[in-house]
Design a protein around this ligand. Structure first.
Ligand code: A3P
Ligand code: MG
Ligand code: MG
Length: 397
């Protein structure tokens, strides 16, 4: 059955004209106060356990607890227990959680769009990233547009990345030998998480556990995902995405059901020493990704671990997510949050006008093309986007 869900390798049709060409420039048309946006509210959640098995609970939630400055993020690289997606995950875990909520509450979960947070981050940051590119699929089902990543296109892009070995090793032996590998740099991000999180609240975590965190085997199998309802102007959106941890325990819903959840996002970045103007620009460009990713799920705090080029943790800095756009406005002005929000609102509105029939649509932004194109790739069905389980649930009498 899985075979029928995978999509054929992507061939850009030469004859089919796109149904939508959405140019990114000029950005002036998206400037000004941002479209009305709702604060994201969590409607459901799920975890993946240590074996990356789906659990409809909070079992993988962790709490922030300050890491030790001076730690070497390379430590333990040889025992990294890395989870890599070999099969297309589609929207399965998200849809499973939504269907389960519908069963439990007896109410249909309705929105104009349902997707992973990552897809929305890509769209939202495209106006200020010249090199942005993505391939996605969209399908309309019972009045909702579901958007997923084109898993095969993504895999092909990673494989052709010239910065990845063995290409790198062959072409640039000196460069490769002197610099940490891409795998090592990926490891640093997860190592920082391991050094900064505890499964219990900090108050109930023993000193022994904290002192031993540096020896914990780093694994990215476990995750906790929050599913939120939000809106861009009149477009209602349900998003699912990973949250790295909690700043403090979740507020008691029986006391205040509407209180925001104190999620945090952990990030690592290089601290150049000295910081040149170019380094500052590079950092503020990165802040766009940090901000958009966190903003979309209503994650209130971004905690950045600054490391040396060789992976030594030098300092940790906490930002309130909603203050990041202002920092950049007072800094290099290399991006503008309101423009991102208005751009996304306008694009989603157009998508709603185009994706009106059964079938599978492709959403495509090629590197430096400056225009998002949408065209219909399949006349019938929902491609691989919706799981059988979800379709059966929604088709029940
Ligand atoms: P950093 O972002 O600190 O580098 P996230 O920050 O989204 O929670 O992801 C955690 C870590 O996963 C990242 O830490 C990075 O190490 C790794 N990671 C995430 N997206 C990646 C990507 N596209 N390529 C390589 N590594 C990635
Ligand atoms: Mg994460
Ligand atoms: Mg993170």
């Amino acid at each position: 059955p899985e075979a029928t869900r995978s999509s054929a390798p992507f061939n850009r049709p030469s004859t089919t004209l796109p149904q939508l060409r959405f140019p990114i420039q000029p950005l002036q048309r998206f400037q000004g106060a941002s479209a009305s946006i709702k604060r994201p509210r969590e409607i459901a959640h799920f975890s993946y356990n240590e074996d990356h098995e789906y659990r409809e609970d909070e079992s993988s939630i962790q709490y922030y607890c300050e890491p030790c400055i001076g730690a070497n993020l390379c430590d333990g690289f040889d025992t990294f227990n890395r989870y890599e997606e070999k099969e297309d995950p589609h929207l399965d875990s998200l849809l499973k959680t939504l269907a389960s909520k519908e069963k439990r509450e007896g109410v249909k979960v309705d929105a104009d769009f349902v997707t992973w947070r990552g897809m929305m981050t890509r769209i939202m940051t495209a106006p200020f990233d010249m090199f942005a590119s993505f391939e996605m699929f969209a399908t309309l089902h019972q009045g909702t547009i579901y958007i997923e990543e084109d898993f095969q296109a993504k895999a092909a892009e990673i494989a052709s990345d010239s910065r990845n070995p063995p290409n790198n090793r062959r072409n640039y032996p000196r460069y490769y030998n002197q610099n940490p590998s891409r795998e090592m740099m990926t490891y640093w991000g997860y190592k920082f998480e391991t050094l900064s999180l505890t499964p219990d609240t900090p108050a109930s975590t023993s000193r022994e556990f904290l002192e031993n965190r540096q020896n914990t085997v780093v694994s990215n199998h476990a995750q906790h995902c929050s599913i939120v309802r939000t809106a861009f102007g009149s477009n209602t959106v349900i998003l699912g995405g990973e949250v790295d941890g909690l700043w403090e325990p979740k507020p008691d819903p029986s006391k205040n059901p509407d209180a925001p959840i104190p999620w945090i996002e952990l990030k690592t970045t290089e601290l150049a020493d000295p910081m040149t103007d170019r380094d500052i620009l590079k950092y503020e460009r990165k802040l766009l990704k940090f901000w958009a990713q966190s903003f979309l799920l209503g994650v209130a705090k971004v905690i950045v671990g600054f490391r040396s080029a060789q992976g030594i943790l030098r300092s940790v800095e906490m930002y309130e997510t909603n203050q990041i756009p202002g920092m950049v406005r007072r800094g290099t002005r290399c991006w503008d949050g309101n423009t991102c929000i208005n751009f996304t609102t306008a694009f989603l509105g157009k998508l709603k006008e185009i994706v009106t029939e059964e079938g599978v649509y492709r959403i495509s932004l090629r590197k430096k093309a400056g225009v998002i194109e949408v065209w219909k790739e399949k006349e019938e069905g929902t491609g691989g986007i919706l799981s059988k389980e979800f379709l059966n649930w929604r088709a029940r009498k």
